[in-house]
Design a protein around this ligand. Structure first.
Ligand SMILES: CC(C)(COP(=O)(O)OP(=O)(O)OC[C@H]1O[C@@H](n2cnc3c(N)ncnc32)[C@H](O)[C@@H]1OP(=O)(O)O)[C@@H](O)C(=O)NCCC(=O)NCCS
Length: 144
């Protein structure tokens, strides 16, 4: 049985391991620092899915923010389900929890950007009622 709960800083190890499978290797102390910031920020939402052994098998983060062009909205900023737990409704449950949070805080729109290479996500989001509204280029600059 899968349960959904708020993320805790103690989840850093498993969240980092799941992130690595997506191509974002992160050491545990860096992940702990990120989680510490996210879990205490009311505009951020971070949850994990746990299996019956209470082992995290997926996580989702979302962020609420105002934009001048489109108003207040929530963006899913990260989502991954362990390979071993896919196609069992875990992603659906995580997104439903994010949508519920978004409604609670007054957002009328929830968006997510997903790399075109994440093939399964482009079947997943439409199955959950999300519409692909545009294709964008992502520009990046190091300012370190
Ligand atoms: C996308 C992802 C989160 C889906 O999680 P999941 O737990 O497997 O998804 P669910 O079991 O809740 O699937 C819900 C529905 O989405 C669709 N779906 C999900 N994965 C699919 C796939 N690989 N192929 C076709 N349809 C798929 C199906 O309609 C499914 O319902 P069904 O199983 O009853 O047919 C997961 O594949 C993943 O972590 N992928 C890598 C990371 C990623 O792409 N993250 C999203 C980027 S923002």
């Amino acid at each position: 049985m899968i349960s959904i709960r708020s993320a805790r800083t103690g989840d850093a190890k498993t969240i980092a391991a799941l992130s690595a499978t997506l191509g974002y290797p992160t050491d545990i102390s860096a992940m702990t620092n990120r989680l510490q910031k996210i879990v205490r920020e009311p505009s951020q939402f971070a949850i994990v899915a746990e299996d019956s052994l209470q082992t995290p098998c997926g996580w989702l983060t979302a962020h609420a923010f105002d934009t001048l062009a489109s108003g207040f909205r929530v963006q899913i900023t990260g989502l991954v389900v362990a390979d071993t737990h896919r196609r069992q409704g875990v992603g659906r449950r995580l997104v439903a929890a994010a949508e519920q949070w978004a409604q609670t805080i007054g957002a009328k729109i929830i968006v997510v950007f997903s790399n075109v290479e994440r093939v399964e996500s482009h079947a997943f989001y439409p199955a959950l009622g999300y519409t692909n509204t545009k294709t964008e280029a992502v520009y990046r600059k190091s300012i370190a």
